[in-house]
Design a protein around this ligand. Sequence first.
Ligand SMILES: O=C(CO)COP(=O)(O)O
Ligand SMILES: [Zn+2]
Length: 210
Amino acid sequence: MNEAELRQQMVDLARSMFDRGYATGGAGNLSLKLPNGHFLATPTGSSFGRLVAEDLSVVDKDGNHLSGKRPSKEVAFHLAIYEKDPNCNAIVHLHSTYLTALSCLENLDPSNAIKAFTPYYVMRVGELPVVPYYRPGSPHIAEDLAKLAGKYRAFLLANHGPIITGSDFLDAVDNAEELEETAKLFFLLANKPTRYLTDDEVTDLKGRGK
Ligand SMILES: O=C(CO)COP(=O)(O)O
Ligand SMILES: [Zn+2]
């Protein structure tokens, strides 16, 4: 896809997520890698429901603002992930309801907030490590993610929300939807005896694709 098509794809899928309640107000941010090596990101404070293709921000790998409106205050954590994960070409950060509720629970396993109970969670995400709470925009988020990126496909910011990567923008959005649905099921199953996938079942699913 060329840059114009990628800009339109970001606008269209962001709007779709907004319309289906994955994003509200000005929360969350999106980015993708452009064919020229720069990055397209949502402007700070923008609503997923009202993005404008020409207004989207372009930054270089060092975070220099090249064009468009002022980029998301989280652009540093997006860039930290791209630097460490060569397979990541797009990132979705949401404050979606169930994943954000999950991020506020005490005693989450920092290495994996959701133990697998469905195959698609394993196939699209696998594990969900938790980054401790820092204020939105804090450089510490990027520092912590730099240590995890490349080893995981999604991350949960404590008391904040999820970050989901993808091989392209559509893949990142699909992964985000799968992860939000998994968190919804997690709450539906709370206090019910649950059969988790066994280690062998998880191993069998890994590396099989989607
Ligand atoms: O989700 C957000 C902060 O974590 C929104 O910030 P931006 O509007 O600057 O992208
Ligand atoms: Zn946020």
